[in-house]
Design a protein around this ligand. Structure first.
Ligand SMILES: CCCCCCCC/C=C\CCCCCCCC(=O)SCCNC(=O)CCNC(=O)[C@H](O)C(C)(C)COP(=O)(O)OP(=O)(O)OC[C@H]1O[C@@H](n2cnc3c(N)ncnc32)[C@H](O)[C@@H]1OP(=O)(O)O
Length: 251
């Protein structure tokens, strides 16, 4: 179990409860299993009042909508349609937004997914890099490899910084996710205390990017992790990170 002395995370969810009330109702609860069984050797988000949704229980209709909205964002970012068409689409989108807004899901809602090798991973359901219900997430799907995790993602124009290239902040975000996930599956989940990124070569848009995180060594709660992004086999960015694991109760 997670130690109650982990005040910062505990305070975070207490704050969430203070802001949003003791939300136990999830708009998708009818369609998704909210797991209530504690996990023995891992921090249990439910100890902090955070619901856990199983990723394979997310309705196909929501997955499809998320992908559709992602395409919409790309189309909007690059549209050169005439003003009359823009006004018409704007009105439609606003009407659709009103129709779908069911109120916020509880902040901190977690999702559990099972990687190809059977490893379970917990993350927030709207995680900006990997969250399965977040249309703003690319999403980066990581799988277990020896010593860590790896995944491939292709970013389009909505992640642009310099012309034709991925924004440096997003490069750091991808690496943060990879080192955090590597640390989480190889040891236990934690927070990033330090992330140093070296931008070695331009990271191109519209090109499959291989994102890797590997644990280098562990000292008590400190986990040292390296990360890389490769495009066409060439390293474009690398990271050295320090993750601090959420403390577990002794014994
Ligand atoms: C129940 C559910 C909870 C789950 C939570 C995790 C879920 C993850 C799930 C799935 C993973 C998916 C992937 C996610 C990827 C994204 C990750 C992010 O983006 S994280 C957001 C950005 N990071 C922050 O906002 C941290 C802000 N900083 C803090 O909150 C604290 O500073 C924290 C937790 C990092 C450390 O605070 P302390 O009080 O817990 O730990 P102290 O006792 O100070 O340090 C422990 C050891 O670490 C060293 N240390 C701490 N910070 C250091 C630093 N910056 N540089 C060097 N050493 C440091 C200390 O010197 C100490 O070392 P010695 O054991 O004594 O040798």
């Amino acid at each position: 179990m997670v130690s109650p002395k982990y005040h910062r995370v505990e305070f975070g969810s207490t704050l969430v409860r203070a802001l949003h009330g003791p939300t136990t109702t999830d708009p998708y609860e009818e369609h998704m299993t909210v797991n209530t069984q504690p996990v023995a050797d891992r921090p249990d988000p439910r100890a902090f009042g955070l619901p856990v949704v199983e990723q394979d229980q997310i309705p196909d209709e929501l997955r499809s909508l998320v992908a559709g909205v992602r395409s919409l964002v790309e189309a909007v970012a690059d549209t050169e349609a005439d003003p009359a068409t823009l006004a018409e689409v704007d009105e439609t989108v606003r009407a659709l937004t009103d129709r779908i807004a069911t109120g916020p899901r509880q902040v901190g809602t977690m999702v559990r997914r099972t990687m190809a090798d059977g490893t379970d991973e917990l993350g927030t359901i709207t995680n900006i890099v990997a969250g399965p219900t977040n249309p703003a997430a690319p999403p980066l799907e990581l799988e277990r490899v020896e010593g860590g995790v790896q995944g491939t993602v292709t970013l389009s124009t909505t992640y642009q910084g310099p012309p034709g290239l991925v924004h440096g902040g997003w490069i750091a975000a991808l690496l943060d996710q990879a080192v955090g996930s590597a640390s989480g599956v190889e040891t236990s989940p934690g927070l990033t205390a330090k992330l140093e990124v070296n931008y070695r070569n331009p990271t191109p848009l519209f090109t499959p990017l291989e994102v890797t995180g590997k644990v280098v060594r562990t000292e008590r709660r400190k986990v040292y992790v390296s990360g890389w992004i490769r495009a066409n086999g060439q390293v474009t960015a690398e990271a050295e990170a320090l993750m601090i694991r959420v403390p577990m109760e002794e014994g």
